[in-house]
Design a protein around this ligand. Structure first.
Ligand SMILES: [Zn+2]
Length: 126
């Protein structure tokens, strides 16, 4: 069969076809711990897990990242290793940057992020 991509969840080892979400990751999302009750290291570790591969619809990942970081997070903040590392650190410390800092990170003069990735097809996070 051609045109159907298969992919393997790096967290659960399960195989999916095309845009299917990993059922283990969906369960992890559904049964997620309240981020406010987690330690900084636990939040940072979970950020790294979610950021290692897109295994559920992006909206779920985005919601969880915002919960772990503790504020609204713009998608451009997830683009690129340096910005991602800063988000992971912010999730760990809960010392938030200001809105002016968020705006200053925008990739002015570069193409923006367009559209939404499909689970398993595009790894958008480092
Ligand atoms: Zn999974």
């Amino acid at each position: 069969m051609t045109g159907v991509s298969r992919w393997k969840c790096n967290k659960h080892g399960s195989e999916q076809v095309g845009p299917e979400e990993c059922s283990g990751c969906v369960r992890d999302f559904t049964e997620r711990q309240d981020a406010k009750t987690m330690t900084g290291d636990e939040r940072a570790a979970e950020m790294r897990r979610w950021g290692s591969q897109l295994t559920v619809e992006f909206g779920k990942v985005h919601q969880r990242i915002e919960e772990l970081v503790g504020r609204s997070v713009y998608t451009h903040e997830m683009a690129g290793q340096e910005l991602w590392d800063a988000l992971v650190e912010e999730a760990r410390t809960q010392q938030h940057i200001g809105f002016a800092d968020v705006l200053a990170q925008l990739p002015w003069g570069k193409p923006g992020l367009v559209g939404g990735p499909t689970a398993g097809v595009v790894d958008v996070l480092p």
